[in-house]
Design a protein. Structure first.
Length: 137
């Protein structure tokens, strides 16, 4: 009779392991999202009261570009990249992804830095190329 209870306990424990792992990963990734959201919520009133309204429009526009480019430059692999790192199952996949991300980001930053004035003109801020550089770096 004890043998059956032990095997049941073992199978329950095996089923809980993925749930614990998922909860741990959710806590790690969720915490960064919550902290980012809270910091934005806390800083926005300060920017709103200390900056003129046209400046708020510019800040909001550039942060929208940054959030979109963040997804594009990481190929949408934020969580997958971390999971590959933790799993260590296929080092070739991880190293290829890391190299690809690093190279494409470096090339993008170099192109953006060298063409900051042209990008600023494209975004309708020809006198503020520094905005492009600040958001890039």
């Amino acid at each position: 009779m004890n043998g059956g209870a032990a095997s049941t306990d073992c199978s329950v424990e095996r089923r809980r392991q993925p749930a614990r792992k998922l909860a741990g990963q959710t806590a790690i990734y969720g915490l960064s999202t919550v902290v980012g959201g809270c910091s934005t919520t806390c800083w926005f009133p300060l920017h709103l009261t200390s900056s003129p309204i046209p400046a708020i429009r510019v800040i909001t526009e550039f942060y929208a570009y940054a959030s979109f480019l963040n997804v594009v430059l990481t190929y949408g692999m934020e969580t997958a990249f971390s999971i590959f790192r933790q799993a260590r199952a296929q080092p070739a996949v991880y190293s290829t992804a890391l190299f690809s991300l690093g190279l494409s980001t470096a090339l993008f930053l170099a192109a953006l830095t060298l063409n900051a004035q042209a990008v600023a003109e494209l975004l309708r801020y020809p006198t503020h190329a520094e905005y492009v550089l600040w958001m890039a770096w």
